[in-house]
Design a protein around this ligand. Structure first.
Ligand code: NAD
Length: 497
């Protein structure tokens, strides 16, 4: 294991003008308690192994472009071995006394807490998100998912209508994206394990490091061999999982495009499936809202995690009478957003996850300009010269027909529109093929209930945005997918009918 400094090129905001604010690092780069292996392996049948092909690919720190590690690329043979190991582990794991299964989940949760600092730094280095988000959101929530589901292990008969003796579905394939790598792994693994299933998990190709660190934690907790297998790789590895006949249930979080391919493959074979896909969520501000709070809500809804959030409030609808006030205050607030080194505890907006995602976002910003929108990027701060960066952006003059109002950008770009009546707000908010989330800002309780009921969205936040909790079901309507994860509802997907 080579010791890797937290900030491999050692630069403090390269390219920043000399009068730019100099921010304190926390923790200081040289003291970051993280070691990163030069090459990663796969976890199959309780052992860390090399991929059969010996192939690997580089994973980079998107804030510096420095190579962090060479990640194992699992092929069909590795996936087959992982599925076989999961099959072998299924009977003993599912027959284990529920209280014993719970002990493993509690142990994993506690170990995540104990290694929280290291996990947070690694998540930030591999994915680009600000350390304050990895530290305060991703890692604590990952632990919470294991704690919460540990509590369900011996209460599963209360989780499904009719009670009885709930049985697991079997071997689960779980494919996750790059925006919340550790959290998505916990989010998927915890309910599957609580219900007595075994798993083959595949992280996204740009963010495999925290999933492999979690694999280490599972080993430290003596999870029986084969209960969880972690195979890294890109789309081809994912396809090998989807196409493997030994998979009883698939859970996928990612793009709608890939979700549709997976739905087709699962339908052909009758494999059970849950899909968590994209979104273009509306965030609606009524004139009677507490505007200053709503401004914070906008920041949280679209610039949290650089906008790499499936439920991001990427379409802002503001009641016409307060639009000038909202835009003026938003401009001021955006000037104070700090974009830069994700390891700096004061950073608000980190690096875009990959070069490819940055190109996609840039293409949408250009397209918005071409369609006649006004592109606003109030923050004047210089961006680092290395790495992948995008200033927090909003667009005005947006029509519902514009590409930037219809398609998911998955970046820090907000489309601002206005409305005159609640009816118009609801109609425009629902005018999308997606239905993942929505936000409402108003001081009037009756309006909250009326509007929330009529929005086609799996989650509706009122006077807040992007709040997550393991007790609460999450999932979408329409092209945002089907099935729920989290809460009692999330267990249904992992229990046989
Ligand atoms: P993606 O669909 O390209 O990749 C997601 C995962 O699927 C990755 O692990 C990838 O390697 C794998 N994959 C790619 N092609 C595959 C194939 N043909 N068969 C099987 N697996 C394949 O998406 P992404 O770019 O990694 O993530 C961004 C997308 O995910 C956004 O659209 C976002 O909205 C969505 N997302 C949704 C949620 C949710 O909960 N609804 C959460 C996070 C992200």
């Amino acid at each position: 294991m080579a010791s890797t400094p937290a900030h491999p090129d050692g630069a403090v905001h390269p390219g920043a003008p000399t009068d730019a604010p100099r921010w304190d690092y926390s923790p200081a780069p040289e003291t970051v308690p993280v070691t990163i292996p030069e090459r990663t392996q796969l976890l199959i049948g309780g052992k860390f192994v090399d991929p059969a092909s010996r192939k690997r690919f580089a994973t980079v720190n998107p804030a510096t472009e420095a190579v962090l590690s060479q990640v194992a690329e699992a092929g069909e043979a590795d996936v087959a071995a992982a599925v076989a190991a999961a099959r072998k582990a299924l009977k003993p794991w599912s027959k284990l006394r529920a209280g014993e299964r719970a002990k493993y989940l509690y142990r994993i949760a506690r170990r995540i807490q104990e290694r929280a600092r290291e996990l947070a730094v690694l998540e930030t280095m591999d994915g680009g998100k600000p350390i304050k988000e990895s530290r305060d959101v991703d890692v604590p929530l990952a632990a919470q998912h294991f704690f919460y589901h540990a509590g369900w292990c011996d209460k599963l008969r209360y989780a499904v209508p009719g009670g009885g003796d709930p049985q697991p579905v079997g071997v689960c394939g779980q494919i996750i994206p790059w925006n919340f790598p550790l959290l998505m792994a916990a989010w998927k693994l915890a309910p599957a394990l609580a219900c007595g299933n075994t798993v083959v998990l595949k992280p996204a190709e740009t963010t495999s490091l925290t999933a492999m660190r979690l694999a280490e934690i599972l080993q430290e907790c003596d999870l029986p061999p084969g209960v969880v297998n972690v195979v890294t790789g890109a789309g081809a590895t994912g396809r090998a999982i989807v196409e493997h006949k030994g998979i009883d249930k698939l859970a996928f979080t990612g793009s709608t495009e890939v979700g549709k391919l997976i739905a087709r493959a699962c339908a052909a074979r009758g494999t059970r499936l849950t899909l968590e896909l994209g979104g273009k969520s509306p965030n609606i501000i009524f004139a009677d809202a507490a505007i200053d709070q709503a401004i914070e809500g906008i920041v949280q809804s679209i610039w949290f995690n650089q906008g790499h959030v499936c439920c991001a409030g990427s379409r802002l609808f503001v009641e016409e009478s307060v639009l000038p006030e909202v835009l003026a205050k938003l401009d001021i607030r955006m000037r104070s957003l700090r974009v830069g080194d994700p390891l700096d505890k004061n950073t608000d907006v980190g690096a875009i996850n990959s070069r490819q995602q940055l190109a996609t976002i840039a293409k949408y910003i250009e397209e918005g300009g071409r369609e006649g929108c006004t592109v606003c990027q109030p923050g004047a701060q210089a961006l680092p010269t290395k790495g992948f960066w995008c200033r927090p952006t909003y667009m005005t003059g947006v029509q519902p027909s514009h590409v930037v109002a219809r398609e998911e950008i998955f970046g820090p770009v907000l489309a601002v529109m206005s409305f005159r009546t609640p009816e118009e707000a609801i109609q425009r908010a629902n005018n999308t093929p997606y239905g993942l989330a929505a936000g409402i800002w108003t001081e009037k309780g009756s309006k909250v209930f009326d509007v929330a009921r009529r929005l086609q969205a799996g989650v509706v936040w009122c006077n807040t945005y992007n709040q997550f909790d393991a007790t609460s079901p999450f999932g979408g309507f329409k092209e945002s997918g089907f099935g729920r994860e989290g809460g009692r509802h999330g267990l249904a997907a992992y229990l046989a009918d």
